[in-house]
Write a new protein. Sequence first.
Length: 339
Amino acid sequence: MDDHRDASVDPAGPAEAAPAHGPSYDAGPPRPSAATGVPGTTSDDGTSGGEAGEVRRFWGRLGLPGLVDVHTHFMPEQVLRKVWNYFDTTGPLLGGLEWPITYRKEEAERAALLREFGVRAFTAMLYPHKPGMARWLNGWAVEFARRTPDCLHTATLYPEPGVETYVREAVEAGARVFKAHVQVGAYDPADELLQQAWGVLAEARIPVVIHCGSGPAPGKYTGPEPIARVLARHPRLRLIVAHLGMPEYEEFLGLAERYDQVRLDTTMAFTDFTEGFMPFPRRALPRLAALGDRVLLGSDFPNIPYSYVHQLHALERLGLGQEWLRAVCHDNAATLFGL
Ligand SMILES: [Zn+2]
């Protein structure tokens, strides 16, 4: 699978990152007009302005002041281009899925669109696929957070010498959330090299959005078992299991039931796209309802093969009620991040 395990620490490494956005399922041949050419990606009148209206009506109906989206991707431009290219060529981590990216726009346009949607706070999910890259990404993220006040300052990590030091530095620089990608990084999250860093994050009570489920394609260390080993050592670590842990939904719900600091994000779950190949088991809906205070809205914007509003409608049609939706789409994250 491409060069994900290329361990060379090349000064130009970050700029040459060839990573994939893993899990977020991605993939798909180039579609030049993806932003407007994908069925279901535009609103009634076929404009993004129209879609913004739909999104605003969604949270307006719930009586919310807006949305908080804990899973959006912003990263250095050259890295994002490589990620998009990976999606376009259906890289091996995508499970063979076609993945036309709906919001393939310039950075400023992407941030502006989230504001049009009424997303009060979002994140800059970025992640390394090899050693020597995380610190550089974290440096970029400091600058991005500085120029993007509605972005929750995001940082990342990788099992490598020095990780504890740069995680501490990121915390001191004001990072409010971390991203870890077990599938793309192809590492064991319980790796000894990460133990001190997890301890720092647990103590600082900083949430970590972690892609650790085996969707869209499994990795050597994906699935609930390695994460269970991390939590056994760091039971207070605030892990946010990305994508609701798909396809191991029930096992990850079990971890959240066992550890009260474990949360889950909704990213891509319940959408027509995902239900087509990794459906959420209906029998687990009562457990999802019962964890309503620990489920957080995530979208994977901009790297999604459908419209933003579709994720919201997919949550609504679960039929778990307005109180659940208010908590998931805004209140839980507002509380967690003190917004
Ligand atoms: Zn993602």
